[in-house]
Design a protein around this ligand. Structure first.
Ligand code: GLY
Length: 351
């Protein structure tokens, strides 16, 4: 078992260990809470809900649970309000705790509901996808999507704990597991050649406990220095500017992880062609993504200009400029503010 401390404004531990789902209650600091409200999606709750409920009950908590249909389409204002109404109907008070059991959608919407209900209650994250284990469950960013774009309403609200059982990833489809691999590889590209090499060499058979704890340690360092995303934290958006455009232009038929893979490959190829990265960097990134069974180009029906239009809705834009994460070499990325014209040139060079 490994523990990574996240020294954010409200510090907490991320505990990573095989089989710890059954001991989740031990690792969640719920002092003062009488009720734990488990929020999950229908798929995850049917797989793991009862184990988590039992573990929480064994610590003396009364457990209530709310589930919603799985998938990105649920990450909206309607589900958000339903969760808040559920908390109110079960009389949760300020000292009670919400538990997000699931992937990125569950973690994001539960975190935002916890940040909003009674102006903020505690919550813990129990990630059950690789993507949420290595990225979204840690760092306190939580949000819902609006009609105008992804993650446009949200908050920074750090969890009280993150409990991650790598065995929970056994039930993921190969596609969903691959999507998380794109996020894991991202940490290698931005700061760690060793992590990149490990994932590249082992492919999808990488050491899960090692990879998850490395990714979380890297993220914890970045969050400690830039919790509120005013600078360096933007490095975690490698591939996301273009990726969010792909997701949106595809009507969300392309998943977040697959879109991030396409976005990462596109920015790497573009940076290579425009001479912004070391020779061989783009090829290494594209081949590592392919080895993880991830897409590296927009599927034919998607028009790059439509993707570009969708990208301009990305909230990472500041005024007329968009900050793009450029991989200079494996283990080193740079934030580059780009005008719309420059961004278009990069995208055209990379598709
Ligand atoms: N997922 C990117 C971040 O937490 O900043």
């Amino acid at each position: 078992m490994k523990t990574v401390r996240v020294e954010a404004s409200a510090p907490y531990d991320v505990v990573i260990g095989r089989g710890i789902l059954d001991r989740a209650g031990e690792f969640i600091p719920a002092r003062g809470a009488k009720i734990a409200a488990v929020v999950s999606d229908d798929t995850v709750f049917s797989l793991y809900g009862q184990r988590v409920v039992r573990s929480l009950e064994s610590t003396g908590l009364r457990v209530v649970s709310f589930t919603f249909p799985h998938g990105e389409r649920s990450k909206n204002g309607k589900t958000f309000l339903e969760i808040l109404e559920f908390f109110a109907s079960r009389s949760l008070c300020r000292s009670d705790i919400a538990i997000a059991l699931g992937g990125g959608v569950v973690g994001d919407i539960t975190g935002f509901a916890a940040a909003s209900y009674l102006r903020g209650i505690k919550y813990a994250q129990i990630p059950t996808t690789l993507l949420s284990a290595v990225d979204s469950s840690v760092g306190g960013k939580c949000a819902i999507d609006l009609e105008a774009g992804k993650n446009l309403a949200g908050a920074f609200h750090q969890p009280a704990a993150v409990v991650c059982d790598p065995d929970a990833l056994d039930t993921l489809t190969p596609e969903v597991f691959s999507e998380g691999c794109a996020e894991a590889l991202k940490y290698g590209i931005i700061t760690s050649p060793e992590l990149f090499s490990h994932i590249n060499e082992k492919g999808k058979g990488f050491d899960r406990e090692y990879v998850i704890s490395e990714c979380i340690s890297i993220k914890a360092d970045i969050v400690r220095r830039d919790e509120f995303d005013l600078g360096e934290r933007a490095l975690l958006n490698l591939g996301h500017t273009f990726g969010h455009g792909v997701e949106r232009a595809s009507g969300f038929s392309i998943s977040h992880g697959a879109a991030v893979a396409i976005g990462t490959a596109t920015v790497a190829r573009g940076a290579g062609k425009l001479g912004l990265c070391e020779k061989g960097t783009a090829a290494a990134i594209v081949s590592a993504l392919e080895r993880l069974s991830l897409p590296v180009a927009c599927p034919a029906p998607l028009d790059p200009d439509a993707v570009f239009d969708a990208m301009t809705h990305d909230k990472k834009r500041r005024g007329d400029e968009t900050t793009v994460v450029i991989p200079e070499k494996i283990g080193k990325c740079r934030l580059v503010p780009m005008s719309k014209e420059k961004l278009y040139e990069l995208m055209r060079a990379g598709v």
